[in-house]
Design a protein around this ligand. Structure first.
Ligand code: GDG
Length: 540
């Protein structure tokens, strides 16, 4: 059986490398991923850990309704779990979440169409304030994004962070119930979970995907508990980042802070007799589903309705879709739109900017300030540039249902992504995937992971207001053939490597490890492992 698995895994790796070289085989689908998992991990339970849950429950009269939560990570992994099945452990944060679970805090997901189990973990107010708002979002988030927001380091937050990471790890170990398991941990909220899992069950394979950038060592070293974070992360068998730059920054941080053998060539760290592979895996979206959704007659009708409601019939529409977060460059975007209307006055009255802003982390003052700033900008631009039919800036603050969001992608003549720093940015990929008629243009910040792959977008720095205004103008007036040609190439890229390819690449890397001889305790001449997982580069 091992030999069969070894052969299958080698085949998958060859397929991944061929896909990187752009020469087929066809992309992974939900079904082919599920098939692959049945063949390659039949003997292990898949357990996902993340802070955010994919669905939360709300009261609705006497009943309950399930809401699919926004956010790149949950949207992507929900598709994956639907394909693979397993258990997803996450913080139960919905107002009626407790009413929806069974005696073991479990609920089948997606609600009404169950394909996997959601195990909810309850956090009290103190845990939430320290672990989530405190250490994760006031220390690690600003530390990892180069946006000049100063991180706050509080001992009590750090203590809560450790305690909650331990609770997630205990839940994973309990769900594994003594069986072989593969635990796939998500993001910067859970940097220490692998360490606690391995303390209890060294045999469980553990991988962590870090969805945000990793800073260079100069920036990272200000974190008072930096060594603990690095040690916790090195308990993983595989560590994933979106792009090679972030993976290399991580290796540099380890070299600087810890006694370890860092092999930059193979992208591996040996420490205390164990090895961690560090790899770039560029996340993506369910491009096929998005394309199909965009083509549904009801989507087209909804897009027409939005145009009518806001009197956008004679307008070009620029779109922004973001969590209201200071990393997304919202002020820079509004300033760019203002400059566009000043510098190219022919657009006044003929252009509308629709910004969908999902409220996020509003318990933190920096995030409330983002909301205030976009409201002020909206008012300012609408006062300064009135439009006969309706407002020039339409600000929609709220969490739309995904099916309500796609018509906006469909109707936009231009989508703007102006992040000051972003691990990947899924909005860019979703917009491209949801433009099957090729009628659209993407203006994209070079400080996103997505810019490495989506090179045919109009790539422009959000810090350069003139260039931003000029690029938006050029993208809007470019000949239709150029717009279509660029969008065709962008769509090919997103369709060729979708969210299921991403998952397959991560899981295949972990599965490959099961076949390797464990490394002896770190020694300068330690032999290479039996097989080396492939280094997967984002394609440009
Ligand atoms: C983190 C990293 C990385 C937005 N508004 C609504 C809505 N959304 C969805 C979008 C998209 C997601 O939220 C946003 O994803 P991003 O990738 O742009 O950004 P983050 O939330 O910061 O995600 C990021 C990502 O993790 C994945 O690894 O790309 O770099 O920061 O999917 O569609 N969804 C719904 N209603 C909305 O109103 N349903």
């Amino acid at each position: 059986m091992q030999a069969v698995n070894r052969a299958r895994s080698a085949l998958t790796r060859a397929a991944i490398r061929a896909r990187q070289r752009n020469e087929g085989p066809p992309r992974t689908t939900r079904d082919s991923l599920a098939q692959w998992a049945r063949a390659n991990v039949p003997d292990r339970d898949l357990i996902v850990l993340s802070n955010r849950e994919p669905y939360s429950h709300r009261r609705n009269g006497d009943g309950l309704v399930a809401v699919r939560n926004a956010g790149g990570l949950t949207v992507a992994l929900d598709a994956v779990m639907q394909a693979l099945g397993g258990v997803w452990v996450a913080h139960g944060s919905g107002e009626a979440d407790r009413d929806a679970v069974d005696a073991n805090d479990r609920v089948a997901c997606p609600p009404g169409k169950p394909r996997y189990t959601l195990r909810r973990l309850w956090l009290d107010a103190e845990e939430q304030a320290g672990y989530y708002s405190g250490f994760a979002n006031s220390a690690l988030w600003p530390l990892c994004h180069v946006v000049y927001v100063r991180p706050r380091f509080e001992l009590s937050d750090w203590e809560q962070y450790q305690a909650v990471n331990r609770r997630f790890a205990e839940a994973a170990v309990a769900e594994a119930a003594g069986r072989p398991a593969l635990v796939f941990i998500q993001d910067y909220h859970l940097a220490l979970a692998a360490r606690y899992i391995k303390e209890a069950r060294p045999d469980i394979q553990v991988a962590l995907f870090w969805h945000i950038p990793w800073p260079n060592p100069e920036a990272f070293r200000v974190l008072p508990w930096g060594r603990d974070i690095l040690e916790g992360m090195l308990a993983n068998d595989v560590l994933g980042f979106h792009i090679r730059r972030h993976a290399l920054n991580f290796l540099d941080s380890v070299s600087e802070a810890l006694e370890a053998r860092v092999d930059v060539e193979r992208m591996a760290v040996d420490r205390g007799g164990r090895r961690t592979w560090v790899r770039p895996f560029a996340i993506s979206v369910d491009a096929e589903e998005l394309g199909a959704l965009a083509e549904l007659p009801e989507t087209v009708k909804a897009a027409e309705r939005i145009r009518r409601d806001w009197r956008l019939e004679d307008c070009k529409v620029i779109l922004g879709v973001d969590r209201l977060d200071y990393t997304k460059g919202l002020s820079e975007r509004f300033a760019g739109i203002e400059r566009l209307l000043e510098k190219y006055p022919e657009w006044q009255g003929r252009l509308a900017f629709v910004q969908i802003g999902v409220p996020s982390r509003i318990e933190l003052p920096e995030y409330r300030a983002v909301g205030e700033s976009v409201r002020e900008w909206t008012q300012k631009l609408n006062d300064r540039f009135p439009r006969a039919g309706g407002p020039t800036v339409v600000l929609i603050e709220g969490n739309l249902d995904f099916r309500e969001l796609v018509p906006y992608y469909r109707l936009a003549d231009l989508c703007t992504v102006t992040s000051l720093h972003d691990g990947m940015n899924l909005v860019a990929k979703e917009y491209v995937a949801a433009s099957p008629d090729l009628d659209g243009a993407l203006v994209l910040s070079p400080f996103t992971g997505a810019a490495r792959e989506l090179a045919r977008a109009w790539i422009v720095s959000p810090y350069d207001r003139e260039d931003l205004a000029d690029s938006m103008h050029q993208a809007l007036v470019a000949p239709v053939e150029e717009r279509r040609e660029r969008m065709r190439v962008l769509r090919e890229t997103v369709l060729r490597r979708n969210i299921f390819d991403w998952t397959l690449e991560v899981l295949d890397t972990i599965v490959g490890l099961g076949l390797q001889t464990p490394e002896p305790a770190a020694s300068p001449a330690a032999p290479a492992p039996a097989s080396t997982p492939p280094v997967i580069e984002p394609r440009s």
